[in-house]
Design a protein around this ligand. Structure first.
Ligand code: B3K
Ligand code: ZN
Length: 849
């Protein structure tokens, strides 16, 4: 097992300028013929050895400048095909055989059901044909696909369609992509697919053909995705001046996919979860997810494809930036305030946890064993926060100038985060030298805040506390924007400023007539943890004009309240009053639903020195029951005012109503009262949206044995033929807090619908269970044992899936002694498994050391 280091980066010794591919697809195998124009980077006339990456190579023949090579001229060892004594410039033709129908790793060319498709990022192309499989080798591709006409009427690849031919039962299609690209952006699809079409006229008047392909019969579920695509195309023109650059844009939805989607040039391949939706089958969250992932992949066309990464250590160059772009897009099209809070919530639930664990890494890591393990919340979401800080530091106008400069300077190239920062500082006219530490240091910084008011002077003292590296080395203080405001007693802003923080200790002061109230880290201007000596949560959660700080204050107030319950078994009356105040307040309903959400188990867990979930669950339950009984009438009236069972619109007001009424219903259900259970049951039976059905089902599963079972079996009967919906069914059961969850999860593996080879199903059943704190961490150790067994088993099928499951053990180090001991035994068992994948090894080994 080899570790790859950024510091060892060397420019490629050879470049590929042209790559002509031909695929002959058969039922049992595929023949790939790959003809490349290759040139040595050195200009001398020495003979060199060309090294091509290749996994499980079954070579048929090899030609150099049309001459068949004898065995002595090449060798294949350790996943490298070496070709000896090559000239400076030559063509190399490789014919090899692969077995897509047996490919369960879902990397390279594989079959999802009856559809051939590919996934090549980061290093899947080497499973298709030998290649210099690294992103800084960019070539122009021509792809011919030959297949049975009846079984595979649709044949797709990157670029524009060049020609089509018929031969008896077979046909062929040739695609040409004029834009040089790295191999990870290559894609191929073949199948009998349904399609919807549309078109988009770009800002310079080109008409682009838009197609979304799916399994036959699912066409009517693609319209939301199409709408989102067109919105994204327009947004990128308006906000970034970026226009689409081929005649055609194809999206294909497949059921077996390791992640969300992939931005292959002109041929995006998607997990069907992020394409297919209608009001009956998808939740509001699903609709939002589709909008943002469709946009994300589209935005990659410029941030990722036209300008790509020099090496995989630069991944955040394209991912952090593209996530920031999709976040802004979603914020512009929906509610800005809600979008920002949702982004921060997700960051703290996933990225903060990762950054406090043994797998913590900078957004630009220094080494990896399996690159697939680095498509993380840190590289993506913290990466996006870093770009957002640059946006804040530069301001909208300079930021746009800087991105223009970035596109102008590096179009068509494979570059580094340094190149990006150069463009930002050059056009933004700001020195980002210290800022660059955000790329190379790990962990979440803390900011200690102390305040003083004397002689009409308000003094703010800030101290940065930076965590050490995993190896215990000191790290240095950061440069970041800190948006603050000082408020008067009515909540009016006396001033709002974006401070630039760069030192360990800093002091700011302002003259004010009376003692102001501090509103800090507005909009979450920096991804840090604020520690205040004193706080005004009660005031700010009622009055702050910045919606993020208002949310944050309510949230922190909730955290304090829960911790008081844990430590003194005492419910803070002021929090309860504030909760009532928010219930009555006239606010956007989705925003209100967020304010009323109590802190998650994960939030409290992150604050524990030694993690123990039980007291958290108990405190949560106590507080919820208390709030529900104090405010039962108010909650009921909110529910009734907003429950419109036949409203299945996905306009924002309808979504907002569903958000608030399902929030209050969940709280009410804590009472276990019969009248409430009737409401829930009624909602399940009569609501026409999946959002409402799922919300009701989740409550029923967690509160009542009897009604839960009836509704669950109704749901199963109704939707058992729709895998996407069945994922939701499995997820509810796997997340259940009821006794016996583990046994039921184990039994569900034998359900007709369940299939261990389909990642969505594994995520919904096993993945969700591994994040069910109550049952995964049960003190008999059976939760750990079950998940460890699954990791070992699934690792043989799909190593990426297995290592994602192993992530559930990241919390190991912080667990209490009992759980820690149990976890350790299982982790040891996994890591010592014979022929464990490097993916799993890397994660489990880090957790254990
Ligand atoms: N770039 C892909 C992710 C590839 C993951 C490889 N394990 C999707 C995206 O971020 O848009
Ligand atoms: Zn991406």
């Amino acid at each position: 097992i080899k570790e790859i280091y950024l510091k060892d980066y060397k420019q490629p010794e050879f470049k590929v300028s042209k790559c002509d591919l031909c695929f002959e697809l058969y039922d049992d195998y595929t023949i790939v013929t790959n003809t490349m124009n290759i040139e040595s980077s050195k200009k001398d006339n020495q003979l060199y050895t060309l090294k091509l990456n290749s996994i499980d190579l079954e070579l048929i023949e090899l030609y150099l400048n049309d001459l068949k090579l004898s065995d002595a001229r090449y060798s294949y060892k350790d996943e490298v095909l070496s070709v000896y004594n090559t000239p400076n410039k030559f063509s190399l033709k490789i014919k090899n055989k692969i077995y897509p129908q047996n490919n369960t790793e879902l990397e390279g060319l594989y079959k999802s059901g009856s559809i051939f498709c590919t996934q090549n990022e980061p290093e899947g192309f080497r499973r298709i044909t030998p290649y210099i499989d690294r992103p800084d080798v960019m070539a122009v591709y021509t792809t011919t696909i030959i297949a049975d006409k009846k079984k595979y009427p649709v044949l797709l690849s990157n670029g524009n369609k060049q020609s089509e031919n018929q031969y008896g039962d077979k046909h062929s299609v040739t695609w040409f992509d004029p834009h040089p690209k790295p191999s990870y952006l290559f894609a191929l699809v073949a199948g009998d697919l349904g399609v919807i079409n549309d078109s988009f006229r770009t800002m310079s008047g080109n008409d682009i053909e838009l197609n979304i392909y799916c399994d036959l019969g699912n066409e009517s579920k693609c319209f939301h995705a199409m709408r989102s695509l067109k919105d994204a195309m327009l947004w990128d023109e308006e906000k970034y001046g970026r226009e689409y650059d081929l005649d055609i844009y194809n999206i294909v939805a497949v059921d077996s996919f390791n992640m969300g989607a992939m931005e292959n040039k002109g041929l995006n391949i998607f997990n069907s979860h992020y394409v297919l939706a209608n009001e009956e089958l998808a939740t509001d969250r699903d609709f939002m997810g589709i909008q943002s992932v469709i946009a994300h992949e589209y935005f990659h066309n410029w941030t990722g494809n036209r300008i790509t990464c020099r090496d995989w250590f630069q991944l955040t160059l394209k991912e952090g930036l593209t996530v920031f772009r999709d976040q802004c897009f979603s914020a512009d099209l929906n509610s800005k305030e809600v979008a920002r809070i949702e982004d921060v919530k997700a960051l703290r639930e996933r990225q903060f946890v990762e950054d406090a664990s043994p797998t913590s890494h900078p957004i630009q890591p220094e080494s990896y064993i399996s690159m697939n393990n680095f498509y993380t919340a840190t590289v993506y979401e913290k990466g996006a926060e870093v770009i957002r800080m640059i946006h804040t530091l530069l301001g909208e106008e300079k930021y746009r100038k800087a991105t223009d400069l970035y596109f102008e300077s590096f179009d068509g190239q494979a570059v580094t985060t340094k190149d990006f920062l150069w463009a930002m500082s050059e056009a933004g006219k700001v020195d980002l030298t210290q800022f660059e530490r955000w790329y190379h240091q790990n962990g979440t910084p803390r900011l200690l805040v102390s305040e003083k008011y004397e002689n009409n002077k308000y003094i703010l003292r800030l101290t940065q506390v930076i965590p050490n590296t995993l190896e215990g080395q000191r790290q240095r203080v950061y440069f970041f924007p800190l948006k603050i405001a000082l408020l008067n007693e009515e909540g009016k802003e006396i001033l709002e400023e974006t401070l630039t923080i760069s030192k360990e200790f800093e002091e700011f002061s302002w003259e004010t007539d009376s003692k102001p109230i501090l509103s800090i880290n507005r909009d979450f201007s920096a991804p840090i943890i604020i520690k205040q000596e004193q706080n005004d949560y009660q005031f700010l959660s009622r009055h702050d004009s910045n919606s993020f700080v208002r949310y944050e204050s309510m949230h922190s107030f909730g955290v304090d309240t829960l911790e008081k319950i844990i430590h003194n078994d005492e419910i803070d009356r002021e929090f309860v009053d504030t909760y009532g105040y928010i219930l009555d307040a006239d606010l956007n309903l989705s925003f209100k639903a967020l304010l009323l959400e109590l802190p998650s188990v994960s939030t409290l867990m992150q604050r524990q020195e030694v993690v123990d979930f039980e007291p958290i669950y108990e405190a949560n339950e106590k507080l919820q029951k208390h709030l529900a009984s104090v405010y039962k009438d108010k909650l009921l009236s909110i529910y009734k005012n907003n429950h419109l069972p036949k409203d299945d619109s996905i306009e924002s007001l309808s979504m907002d109503r569903r958000a608030i009424k399902n929030r209050v219903l969940k709280l009410l259900s804590m009472l276990g009262d019969e009248d409430i259970i009737d409401l829930v049951k009624n909602q399940y039976d009569n609501s026409s949206t999946m959002t409402d059905k799922i919300a009701a089902l989740d409550i029923l599963e967690n509160t009542t044995q009897k009604e839960g079972a009836v509704s669950l079996s109704d749901f199963y009967q109704r939707y058992k033929n729709d895998t996407l919906v069945m994922n939701k069914y499995f997820a509810i059961l796997a997340a259940s807090e009821r006794e016996g969850t583990l046994d039921r999860v184990m039994a569900l593996q034998n359900d007709d619908v369940y299939d261990e080879k389909i990642p969505n199903l594994v995520r919904s059943l096993i993945g969700v269970f591994a994040r069910n704190y109550k049952h995964f961490h049960s003190k008999d150790g059976l939760g750990y044992k079950f998940v460890a067994d699954k990791i070992i088993e699934i690792d043989k099928i799909n190593a990426q899936m297995a290592s994602a499951l192993a992530g559930a053990f990241k919390i190991y180090e912080k667990m209490n002694e009992t759980n820690k001991k149990l976890m350790k035994a299982e982790l040891k068992r996994v890591v010592s498994t014979h022929s464990l994948s490097k993916n799993c090894y890397e994660i489990v080994n880090k957790i254990l050391t």
